[in-house]
Design a protein around this ligand. Structure first.
Ligand code: ADP
Ligand code: MG
Length: 568
């Protein structure tokens, strides 16, 4: 991995020069440069790191430090608290992971460091990275603990002399209550992605944990953003923390409605065609990351009856011109392209840009979506996101300081409703503006001699006008599957057998669903909690998955029973 972002660093550690004794001794040139935020060339071997940590880092292919590492590691090694603010993918794990490992006493077999992460995926990821750093250290045991994994196994691991725990706040709390973790010897606590943990409702848990860890400890707080609640936590639970901030150059994003959709790899094509059908953009530009993907997607779209053409570097100039012309004059309404091929494309009426693949570079995103919304027209940008790509997207949002809203993929029912709306709008226009006397006679004649009403006749017309798909099995299933659960439109209300009396809070339910299923926590609807049970609403598309995923889950040690709710 190369760190070309280093040159984009414009702000660096305001607080870093503020140490009490820093003014008492003259600074070397290098040190002065460092304090000004010029860190581009700082290598790991310039740090006072254990040889075995250095060896591991070298083996992993790290040479230079990333800006956040160069600024954070020396401060953390000196024993100070820090607030580290940097985007995803900037190497924060090593920024706290290496100094944490350096501070562990391998001879002592008690818990010495606690690292809190928002999700089990992140806990596992951090744990894997820490294991790599610790490869040449002996006698250090690192254990990830998170919901969904058998607690007995975790308890065993915790008893067997674990010194570093990496866990989600909920699960760590769970162990605290069971007294299966003891914080007496903990000397360092790191909060990774603190803003995300707060978003997920973990604030109380985090505070409980911080209160329980001995006060004479070092607290490291990492967060991409610094909203008020994070600053409050810092003020309350840190001592004289050094604030280190690495921000990239800003980019302006034109005013375009931006949405993203979390999908499985196999569902990408379906999601794309649903969106195309739903929004029916006049001209669409779809971006893929590779030439091969462009070709595959064009073939798949053509097979489904869309007028799509591909554009990539392998095409001859003549072919390119042909494709571009047919896109400009609307013969082709969908153009699928790679970033390079799309360079310089300048078409005014592009109503929607689709990122079939999340762009590999933040700047590409801006270039891509800038192709729509030209000359005051409305523009929309849609991004399909698979699995961990969501982190890349988050990075893009921060980098571009733009909001991309998560939306559920439209259901077939949604697409149908939109289609029907459009036809009915046309109908209204005809009623208002055209002479219908001859047509009325024909309809009247038919209705008078038949058994049906004019409403039925209109409905049949609508069905014919909407064409295929109206009666599909999939659509019927969508409508019937969960029946009426008393939920808001588009949602399914689920009953869970746990409530306030079980010491459960809405955040636990949210955390469990987000952690155990593929459904993003943000899509959860209302959570109504009663003493002994809870109702939670989830989007219809995810209901089956949530029911399946929550089957054998425990929340706060209690088995979950979950089923579609009855009508109110
Ligand atoms: P963050 O937590 O800031 O999102 P990570 O710690 O997950 O970032 O690091 C992102 C990726 O960069 C990881 O694959 C990590 O191994 C790699 N990485 C971290 N620091 C360096 C470095 N100094 N040089 C090269 N690669 C690095
Ligand atoms: Mg991280």
């Amino acid at each position: 991995m190369c760190w070309h972002i280093a040159s984009k660093v414009i702000a660096a550690g305001a607080g870093i020069c503020g140490g009490r004794f820093s003014l008492c001794r003259p600074l070397s040139f290098r040190e002065a440069a460092k304090r000004k935020g010029i860190y581009d060339f700082m290598r790991f071997d310039e740090l006072d790191l254990h040889g075995s940590l250095l060896r591991a880092v070298t083996e992993m292919g790290f040479e230079e430090m990333t800006p956040i590492q160069a600024q954070a590691i020396p401060v953390v090694l000196s024993g100070k608290d820090i607030i580290g603010q940097a985007q995803t993918g900037t190497g924060k794990t090593a920024a706290f992971g290496l100094p944490v490992l350096q501070n562990i006493d391998p001879k002592k077999k008690t818990l010495q460091a606690v690292i809190l992460c928002p999700t089990r995926e992140l806990a596992i990821q951090v744990s894997e990275e820490m294991h790599k750093f610790a490869k040449f250290l002996h006698g250090i045991k690192i254990v990830p603990i998170y919901g969904g994994q058998e607690i007995v196994r975790q308890i065993k691991a915790l008893k067997a002399g674990t010194q570093i725990v990496i866990g989600t706040p909920g699960r760590v709390m769970d162990h605290m209550r069971r007294k299966t973790v003891k914080f007496d010897d903990v000397k360092i606590v790191a909060l990774d992605e603190a803003d995300e943990m707060l978003n997920m409702g973990f604030r109380e848990d985090i505070e409980t944990i911080l209160r329980d860890v001995p006060d004479k400890r070092q607290t490291l707080l990492f967060s991409a953003t610094m909203p008020q609640p994070i600053m409050e936590i810092a003020r309350t639970y840190q001592h004289d923390a050094t604030h280190i901030r690495v921000v990239k150059k800003e980019l302006t994003v034109p005013k375009i409605e931006q949405y993203y959709y979390e999908v499985r790899p196999k569902a990408k094509l379906d999601a794309l065609t649903r969106l195309l059908d739903m929004y029916a953009p006049k001209l669409s530009l779809i971006f893929c990351n590779t030439k091969r993907q462009v070709d595959e997607l064009v073939a798949a779209l053509k097979a489904r009856g869309y007028f799509a053409e591909g554009l990539h570097g392998d095409l001859k100039q003549q072919q390119r011109d042909r494709v571009m012309n047919s896109f400009r004059n609307g013969k082709t309404d969908i153009l699928v392209a790679t970033d390079v091929a799309a360079r310089g494309i300048d078409v005014d009426d592009v109503e929607a840009v689709f990122n079939y693949d999340v762009p590999q570079d933040d700047e590409y995103y801006v270039h891509r979506i800038g192709r729509t919304g030209r000359a005051g027209r409305t523009g929309r940008a849609f991004t399909l996101v698979v699995g961990r790509e969501v982190y890349k997207l988050r990075d893009i949002m921060r980098y571009c300081r733009t909001k991309i809203k998560l939306q559920p993929v439209p259901s077939l029912g949604d697409v149908m409703s939109v289609k029907a709306e459009k036809i009915l709008d046309q109908v209204q226009e005809v009623i208002e503006n055209e002479d219908l006397s001859r047509m009325k006679e024909l309809v009247e004649g038919r209705v008078n001699e038949a058994e049906y009403t004019t409403i039925e006749m209109a409905a049949a017309f609508l069905k014919i006008a909407m064409g295929e798909g109206v009666d599909s099995e999939e659509l019927k299933r969508e409508y019937e599957e969960f029946g009426d659960t008393g939920a808001e439109e588009g949602m399914v209300r689920l009953f869970i057998n746990l409530g306030k009396k079980n010491n459960i809070r809405p955040g636990d339910i949210l955390g469990a669903i987000a952690g155990e299923t593929g459904m993003p926590g943000k899509l959860i609807g209302s959570i109504d909690m009663f003493d002994k049970y809870t109702f939670v609403e989830v989007p219809r598309e995810y209901a089956a998955e949530v029911l399946e995923g929550m089957k054998n889950v425990k929340i706060r040690g209690k088995a979950v029973n979950i089923e579609p709710a009855n009508k109110r």
